[in-house]
Design a binder for this molecule. Structure first.
Ligand code: CO8
Length: 258
């Protein structure tokens, strides 16, 4: 696969997608969003891959949807292409965990892309924001929905109505960010976390992701029932037996991902 706007690397069970439009602070143009979607699908279908990392540069994860590309579009244009529908569909379908490694600006669509990932690890220089309101629009890749679910209504409204930026500390405090890492250590730290996840039982990891995502989609009663049934079903895997035996025999498990 060859790409124009991203770099794709695979190592030790981890797929690394690097957004690569430095001249535009990784602004998300149509090509970049299509390429991220294609790369996610390819990595998800690759049985050697157990975790995916999306990152940008030290200055910008992504400074939003590409304003220059959008500036002259009409209502009919954006409606016809259903701008940003594909990337949301792809995130819904990917079963491999996706971690966002965010340094610098994650604004507008950049913040939304990070939130579409399963969790966000931020460099200490990270800045998150939904500044679309200053352009006369609103978030269009899930920001009003995901940010509100993650940080609650008050802070989401504050961010979306003022367009202000949130630093990494505030992001961690409010649950947007799971951990903060020094900017120079960001990628190695996140790749290490991804390698650790990739070494676990892939069916168990996929089920853990799917079940955790259910928490935002269903009632507590249904969610707990779903979790218990999935827990029961994992007793059908060889990896479950190996994991428990390895613990009892005081050794590292050797998962076969089946
Ligand atoms: N789109 C296009 N180009 C961009 C973008 C962007 N979002 N952000 C930065 N760039 C470009 C700049 O134009 C500049 O290019 P050039 O050198 O050719 O002038 C280059 O990247 C470097 O940027 P700056 O010179 O501005 O760098 P600074 O360090 O001075 O500032 C900022 C960095 C603060 C990040 C600043 O670039 C900025 O504010 N960028 C825009 C942030 C923004 O508003 N993002 C939201 C975009 S809208 C969106 O994401 C969702 C839209 C949903 C709408 C749905 C409609 C269909």
């Amino acid at each position: 696969m060859t790409f124009e706007t991203i770099l794709l690397d695979k190592q030790d069970g981890v797929g690394l997608i690097t957004l690569n439009r430095p001249e535009a602070l990784n602004a998300l143009n149509s090509t970049l969003l299509d390429e991220v979607a294609d790369a996610l699908i390819a990595l998800d279908e690759d049985s050697d891959i157990g975790a995916i990392v999306i990152t940008g540069s030290e200055k910008a994860f992504a400074a939003g949807a590409d304003i220059k590309e959008m500036a002259e579009l009409s209502f009919a244009d954006v409606l016809k292409t259903d701008k940003f529908a594909l990337i949301n569909r792809v995130f819904e379908q990917v079963r491999t965990p996706v971690i966002a490694a965010v340094a610098g600006y994650a604004l507008g669509g950049g913040c939304e892309l990070a939130m579409a990932c399963d969790f966000i690890i931020a460099a200490d220089n990270a800045k998150f924001g939904q500044p679309e309101i200053k352009l006369g629009v609103i978030p269009g890749i899930g920001g009003t929905q995901r940010l509100t679910r993650i940080v609650g209504k008050s802070k989401a409204m504050d961010m979306i109505l003022t367009g202000r930026m949130m630093d990494a500390e505030e992001g961690e405090r409010s649950g947007l960010v799971s951990r903060i890492v020094a900017v120079d250590d960001l990628l190695e730290t996140v790749l290490g976390i991804a390698r650790d996840i990739a070494a676990l039982s892939h069916p168990a990891v996929a089920m853990a992701k799917e079940t955790t995502d259910r928490a935002l989609e269903t009632t507590l009663h249904e969610g707990i029932l779903y979790e218990r049934r999935v827990f029961h079903s994992l007793f059908a895997t060889e990896d479950r037996r190996e994991g428990m035996l390895a613990f009892i025999e005081k050794r590292q498990p050797k998962f076969k991902h089946q």
